[in-house]
Ligand binder design. Structure first.
Ligand code: CTP
Length: 439
């Protein structure tokens, strides 16, 4: 397939070299068109060497081939990454002031995918959002940026989605199966032009491949931090990997996914709504709010059970003239238990899933503790894993037992965190289909 890869002028341009490799290794013929600003981050020589084609950003090079017309006409797919705020604005207003924007105007019927990256404020600015809406209404697929650490000290939505995510979304958009035997994600990995959830006529119904279509799933991930003073906190080792894998699995099952992210070490996936939280109390507020319109809530976050009774407004100093401080703790609310209570009080039809991190001397002991926890918290499913040094936290693999309140047989699942996530989401779908059979 002939692909035009437009590169915008943002620091994330360096990640696009990996995206280019994914395209070429899958056998595609890629012409790179960087903007003038992009060449300040990654030079023309890099794009030429990796793509095997001459690279320019001027309409006045190769004039005899009428380059911008030819590239626009020949492209079977156009991918723009990083799509900066400026590039989105120029594309939305139909400007033609360099080779890339000319090519976009000449693209005609070819699918166009744009992967934005910018600071959170720029992404959330009404001007940028209006440009994104305009582009989407014209059929351009604009991915949601991922959330996480940005160029400066700031964090939030605005990160370029991972090259693999953009690659998969591009392949799904082009409907291509470039590598034999490789299955590409199908939309909604590529965020649709209009949000189906906003259009009742478009709300998809559950099907065997998209059992959670039309449903909203809220997932908490990562670990909360409880501040002691402006520089210190009590935290835990949760990386957020399992919660992120669950978010991806739920999204692939067709759900609209909301991720309540507490200090994750991994970036949030594209195509999910992200709410960042710091403490257990913040997570409680976000979870109760999100649960109000969720069909499924999965509490995968490691929530601090206690927080310091007093938070010092200034850094706690060591002093020789006073005794060393003693930290007194107070209990945090149990969010999972509260979610169940609120649901039951409102007689809502909602499936609530808890995770239990347990330590024990033997598997029997772990399960005994877990069964008691399931009774105490009264959630519908409890995903139990054994934790300890080098087990589970931060690792890429996991081994769990899924317990059900209905008392059905415990179900084991193990493998990568994605495998475990797929098993949990399958089980969630199965539990839901017992209540509401798919149409
Ligand atoms: N959880 C919660 N609110 C808390 C603590 C935990 O919602 N304050 C949730 C977690 O997200 C998880 C489940 O409860 O889904 C179990 O967490 P775990 O830490 O294993 O249980 P605890 O209730 O803290 O029990 P323990 O006494 O074993 O620490």
């Amino acid at each position: 397939m002939r692909i035009v890869l437009g590169v915008g002028g943002g620091i994330a341009a360096y990640k696009v070299a990996s995206l280019l490799r994914l395209f070429t290794e899958a056998g595609h013929d890629v012409t790179v068109i960087p903007t003038e600003a992009a060449t300040r981050f990654v030079g023309v020589a890099t794009w030429e060497a990796l793509s095997g084609h001459p690279v320019t950003n001027s309409v006045f090079d190769e004039v005899h081939t009428v380059n911008h017309v030819r590239l626009g006409h020949e492209a079977e797919l156009i991918v723009v990454a990083p799509a900066t705020a400026d590039l989105l604005a120029r594309a939305a207003t139909g400007q033609a002031n360099d080779l890339l924007t000319n090519t976009l105007l000449m693209a005609g019927g070819s699918p166009v995918l744009m992967a934005p990256a910018m600071h959170t404020e720029m992404w959330q600015h009404p001007a940028t959002q209006a440009n994104v809406e305009t582009l989407r209404s014209r059929g351009v697929t604009v991915l949601e940026p991922a959330s996480g650490r940005l160029t400066g000290a700031d964090t939030g939505p605005g990160r370029l989605p991972e090259p693999e995510t953009i690659f998969q979304a591009a392949m799904a958009l082009a409907g291509a199966s470039a590598v034999p035997g490789t299955e590409y994600l199908t939309p909604p990995d590529a965020v649709p032009a209009t949000d189906p959830a906003d259009d009742p006529a478009l709300v998809s119904r559950p099907s065997p491949t998209r059992p959670l279509a039309g449903l909203t799933v809220t997932i908490s991930a990562g670990g909360t931090r409880e501040p002691l003073d402006p520089v210190r906190f009590l935290g835990n080792r949760s990386s957020g990997k399992q919660g992120v894998a669950l978010a991806v699995a739920a999204r692939e099952a067709g759900a609209k996914v909301r991720l309540l992210a507490a200090h994750m070490e991994v970036p949030a996936p594209a195509g999910v709504e992200v709410v960042e939280v710091e403490t257990a109390l913040e997570l409680r507020k976000a979870a109760l709010h999100a649960a109000a319109d969720s069909d499924v809530v999965i509490m995968a976050a490691a929530v601090a059970d206690f927080r310091p009774a007093d938070v010092s407004g200034t850094k706690i100093k060591k002093r020789d003239d006073v005794a060393d401080p003693v930290i007194s703790l107070v209990r945090n609310p149990d969010i999972l238990q509260e979610l169940v209570e609120v649901r039951d009080a409102a007689s809502r039809n909602q499936l609530i899933v808890g995770f239990a991190a347990e330590t024990g001397d033997s598997d029997g002991e772990v399960l005994e503790y877990a069964e008691a926890k399931l009774r105490r918290k009264a959630c519908d499913l409890l995903v139990v894993n054994q934790v300890g040094k080098d087990r589970v936290f931060g690792e890429d693999t996991n081994s769990v037992v899924i317990l059900s309140r209905t008392g059905s047989e415990p179900q084991e699942a193990s493998g990568s965190k994605s495998d475990v996530a797929a098993a949990v989401i399958d089980r969630v779908s199965a539990e839901l289909s017992r209540v509401v059979p798919p149409a």
